[in-house]
Design a protein around this ligand. Sequence first.
Ligand SMILES: C[S@@+](CC[C@H](N)C(=O)[O-])C[C@H]1O[C@@H](n2cnc3c(N)ncnc32)[C@H](O)[C@@H]1O
Length: 225
Amino acid sequence: MKQQQVQEHFGRQADEYEELMVRLVPQYLFQHQIIEDLLPDEDRAYRVLDLGCGNGVLSELVFRRLPRAQVVGFDLTEKMLAAYRKKLAGFTDRFTLQAGDFRVDPLGSDYDLILAGLTLHHLTWPEREAFYRRLYAALRSGGRFIARDIIIDEEPEVTGDHYLLWKKFMQSRGEDPEFWYARHVEKDHPMTLTDHFSWLREAGFTKTACHWRLYNFAVTSAEKP
Ligand SMILES: C[S@@+](CC[C@H](N)C(=O)[O-])C[C@H]1O[C@@H](n2cnc3c(N)ncnc32)[C@H](O)[C@@H]1O
């Protein structure tokens, strides 16, 4: 998607973002539990990047679980950043927001944790491979990268089956599955976990792991040694 299309698309959804995600993404809220369990246990002043932060749904997990962590929320869509400010108004001393395009704008550095929720599929495959090297560079040694995203299976036939299950899920929640599937095919660049992990390892990451997967969605992590 081009920068302006992304802004228009997410700008329209900003106010009802989470309600919509619950209808479009299977076990959307359950994924938060998985991600929360992957956050560090110690109470330290962690530096966290929430990439494609949207309305701050993942930052909120950090604020509640890690009382001294500071978050940089990075997003292209002003309306999403406005929704973040509103939702997380009780934590204003704990975040800074950066409006920008993560494909070209600097990400910052020395992060202990990078979260990327439903956002890396906006990168084309060649962009993604190069982008993992930038994520690696932005992390401190010992830092962790956690992503949840839409994926495809290594076997095209299985991907087809997964799409049918996804459509069934959306239909059961009152959404139009063909509309959302067509948007996905037109605009997104989902990748296999095999490619995801292999490009992460090429960038230098270790301990690449999948913690949860349900048909074409997964939560993964990797560490910078
Ligand atoms: C589906 S929302 C994800 C929100 C939240 N992280 C979550 O897990 O539900 C994707 C977000 O990524 C942002 N985004 C997409 N492409 C981007 C880019 N190139 N640079 C910065 N943000 C981008 C969109 O504006 C949107 O807010």
